[in-house]
Design a protein around this ligand. Structure first.
Ligand code: SF4
Length: 264
């Protein structure tokens, strides 16, 4: 039995008749397994579009807003489909397309304590344009990756360590572990460092104005992406992760505003 097959067998042994894998609901059926979006768990199968395993890649590549999904663990998998597979091997193939590397990583996280890297170790190995991210302070890194890996942007359970930032909990994310920064986190670390190096501009705001700014950022961070907007475009000032980063920074620096009651 291959390593991944063994991991799949172990995952099945520990899962019940129906279980979620990030945004996918997997259920045992008399002929194998049925996969669908968790949101469609109670939807009659006849109302769902039937996808073959070979069609899952195209489905997973496109977000609700029509843009490419660079991060398969982002909570923007389209609903409205189901896919039947006959056995554990086909199930592993389907999950590998929907969440690449997830079953193997799940197994590694359980059997190899210490498999998750640390922010310093990972960024310390970077060269070229990413070398600048090595200069992130621990406080900057905690803000950056708290924003970048927030469950509203990614359903993987971040286990790689950042000083001052607790690892994700399974209940808030999913059973799929993240053992090292992905390409988006790497770029977001670089972008955060570059933003932090820009000249500061002073802006005097009253408490009510600051509260309005925080409220606007909170709304912007959770708003659905506009048609065609790409979540991986971190150079865009209107990228949701950048809204989240600024929001978290202001919450840290303006605690009096965060705690203030609404105006009378
Ligand atoms: S590094 Fe963060 S955003 Fe990237 S996959 Fe891991 S948890 Fe998700």
């Amino acid at each position: 039995m291959s390593g991944v097959a063994q991991a799949m067998a172990e995952l099945l042994a520990e899962s019940g008749e129906g279980w979620s894998w990030a945004q996918v609901w997997v259920e045992r059926t008399p002929s194998g397994f049925d996969l669908r979006h968790v949101r469609d768990r109670e939807t009659p199968v006849g109302s769902l579009r039937k996808l073959e395993v070979g069609e899952l890649r195209d489905w997973a590549d496109e977000a609700v807003n029509g843009a490419f999904r660079p991060l398969k663990s982002a909570p923007n998998l389209r609903a409205g489909w189901h896919c039947g597979v006959t056995d554990a091997t086909e199930l592993e193939t389907a999950l590998e397309v929907l969440y690449p590397g997830s079953v193997a990583d799940w197994w590694v996280a359980r059997h190899e304590p210490g498999a998750a890297t640390s922010f310093r170790e990972y960024f310390g190995r970077q060269t070229g344009i990413y070398r600048v991210a090595q200069r992130l302070t621990e406080a900057q890194a905690a803000l950056a990756f708290g924003a970048c890996c927030a469950p509203r942007f990614c359903l993987k359970q971040r286990l790689w360590q950042v000083p001052g930032l607790a690892a994700d909990r399974e209940e808030a994310t999913s059973r799929i572990p993240c053992l090292e920064p992905c390409a988006i986190a790497l770029e977001f670390g670089r972008r955060t460092m570059k933003l932090g190096m820009e000249d500061r501009q002073m802006l005097g705001l009253g408490a009510g104005e600051s509260a309005t700014l925080l409220a606007a950022l909170e709304k912007a961070a959770v708003a659905p992406l506009e048609k065609g907007a790409r979540e991986g475009d971190l150079a865009s000032p209107s990228n949701p992760r950048r809204f989240q980063l600024l929001l978290d920074r202001l919450r840290t620096e303006l605690p009096a505003v965060v705690d203030a009651p609404g105006e009378g």
